[in-house]
Design a binder for this molecule. Structure first.
Ligand SMILES: [Zn+2]
Ligand SMILES: [Zn+2]
Length: 375
């Protein structure tokens, strides 16, 4: 084992923080009891810092999936600093490489090197990954300020502030343990899960070749980032969970703030492109089975897939035109609600038609899975 390859300062910090966080808080609670302010400090601090990462670091800065008012930018930078995950510039640089070099050894937190490595191993190695690919963010004064003073900001917001809050109810140590050490432990490991668990458990409906996976239950622990297969396929979409009911507080916060003009230029992938990605992913899964199949059967599957794809292409062609029409209609000064209702009905129809294509492809996939040769 090459001990020099590890950053021992980082190992000490990532060992001490959870040790003090868990055992220190337990022992403090045992000796001095628990007051209601402390679990509240833990949960609210965990959520605020986690949202700083998801909303600010990840979607606003690393992916530029929307724009935000400078006040919103500033708040998300401060909250994200409380997650102790380095400055936005460094975080975004690593993250953009992660997307670009996914599933290769150049990916800073490659799951190909194992679950543990993707979770925390990459942080404790003495690697000097230079900041690159973030020129677009370097001119942002808030980010330059945070990068320059990152250590001071992070220490203040993560340790000193919870201690001050604790002093207001006469338990500064309680504030530090619950709102500092234990809170950071939660923020760390639940955001680390995005690099480990989100590349490990779940389904791959949008890109079957990627290690990134969609898992609704992981979304509950990762501030909505559990829909990671979708995210890697369409990284610039402001949503991770696309269904309206999919748990994605990042998405809800971005939309909510847009009603007050605090977020704008929100980027969203069109519905037909999402459906096309689903179809592509299913086609890949079917094609992967060809090597085990007799030629006659392969031909049978190929014919069926081509006709389904042809159907999908026709729908997409008309759907694209329809979306342009809807945009023009909304822009026009004379509002014709009846006409708009007709256009919306058309959209519903295309959605249903495309869903029928997806269902047809699912039946092909299932027949293969069940070993049926007749399709
Ligand atoms: Zn990822
Ligand atoms: Zn991302």
């Amino acid at each position: 084992m090459n001990l020099k390859k590890y950053n021992w300062w980082m190992i000490s910090a990532l060992t001490l923080i959870p040790t003090i966080g868990i055992f220190g808080t337990l022992s403090y609670g045992y000796n001095y009891g628990i007051v209601w302010q402390e679990p509240l400090l833990l949960i609210s601090g965990w959520w605020l810092a986690g949202m700083g990462i998801t909303f600010g670091y990840h979607r606003l800065f690393a992916h530029r999936s929307f724009n935000a008012h400078p006040i919103v930018q500033f708040i998300s930078v401060i909250l994200g600093s409380a997650a102790l995950q380095n400055s936005v510039l460094k975080w975004s640089s690593d993250h953009r490489i992660h997307h670009k070099k996914l599933d290769t050894y150049e990916d800073p937190y490659s799951i190909k090197k194992g679950f543990w490595y993707a979770h925390i191993g990459w942080i404790i190695e003495r690697k000097n990954i230079k900041i690159k690919g973030v020129n677009d963010l370097c001119n942002n004064k808030i980010l330059a300020w945070q990068h320059k003073h990152y250590f001071k900001i992070a220490i203040f917001i993560s340790f000193i502030l919870p201690m001050i809050i604790g002093a207001f109810y006469n338990r500064p140590l309680g504030g530090l343990l619950w709102g500092g050490f234990l809170r950071i432990t939660l923020v760390h490991h639940f955001t680390f899960f995005i690099n480990s668990l989100c590349h490990y458990v779940g389904k791959r409906p949008f890109d079957s070749a990627s290690t990134a996976r969609d898992s609704w239950w992981v979304a509950y622990f990762t501030f909505g980032e559990g829909f990671h297969n979708y995210h890697h396929k369409f990284q610039w979409d402001y949503r991770n969970g696309i269904a309206w009911y999919a748990f994605d507080p990042g998405k809800w916060a971005i939309k909510f703030l847009s009603w007050f003009g605090l977020t704008k230029d929100i980027r969203k992938v069109s519905e037909y492109n999402i459906m096309l990605a689903k179809l592509d992913s299913m086609k890949t899964i079917i094609q992967e089975q060809y090597s085990n199949m007799p030629v006659v059967l392969i031909k049978n599957y190929q014919d069926k897939i081509s006709s389904l794809q042809e159907g999908a292409n026709k729908i997409v062609k008309s759907w694209k035109e329809l979306e342009k029409e809807i945009i023009n209609h909304k822009k026009s000064k004379i509002k014709d609600n009846f006409q708009l209702a007709i256009l919306n009905q058309k959209r519903k129809l295309y959605r249903k038609e495309f869903a029928a294509v997806i269902n047809g492809t699912t039946i092909l996939m299932l027949s293969l899975k069940n070993g049926n040769s007749l399709v």
